[in-house]
Write a protein of this length. Structure first.
Length: 175
């Protein structure tokens, strides 16, 4: 019998996230100068920082390229940020090889067709509630939350709770 997604969460050491549609709500505000602005959720940021400070690997792989996004993610403590990535499969394989991470220990959250092939490689493919049908069909877990509205927080919190690390994070310096 196949493991449930909660059982798979016991083995997760690494979180990989797409940006647009996962850490943002897919909306882009365009200024008169042509700059594209995105909105990111504070609770997602809080959970990303908690994951890093609790010893998880956190990686961002996105086809989009925006310096403001990079700065925001770096300010959260994320070091492995791959923006403007044309081949997410190649990028993930290189990342896991460099860091000696097994595919079954990776949770990937994506939302649309560019994430399809890379999501088939990982131990726990996940997506926001508003992901495309093709992505939902291959996911082991579909968040009850939309992209950019706390979906990343949802999966990070669940993994950390299953592993007994969520409230442990708050004991001491984080309360």
């Amino acid at each position: 019998m196949a493991k449930s997604y909660k059982e798979i969460m016991n083995d997760i050491t690494t979180f990989v996230f797409d940006v647009d549609g996962v850490l943002t709500d897919s909306s882009v505000f365009v200024t008169n100068e042509g700059e594209m602005l995105r909105t990111m959720n504070i609770r997602d940021g809080f959970a990303l920082k908690a994951a890093i400070e609790s010893g998880y690997n956190v990686c961002i792989i996105s086809g989009g390229s925006n310096e403001g996004v990079r700065i925001r993610l770096q300010n959260l403590g994320i070091k492995d940020i791959y923006l403007g990535t044309p081949d997410k499969v190649k990028t993930l394989k290189e990342y896991t090889e460099i860091h000696n991470i097994k595919d079954e220990n990776v949770l990937y959250m994506g939302d649309d067709i560019p994430d399809f092939h890379v999501m088939k490689l990982v131990g726990l493919p996940t997506c926001p509630q508003d992901a495309s049908p093709e992505i939902k069909n291959i996911c082991r877990y579909i968040s009850h939350v939309k992209g950019g509205r706390g979906a990343a927080r949802d999966v990070i919190e669940q993994v950390m709770k299953v592993q007994g690390k969520w409230m442990e994070y708050f004991n001491g310096k984080h309360d």
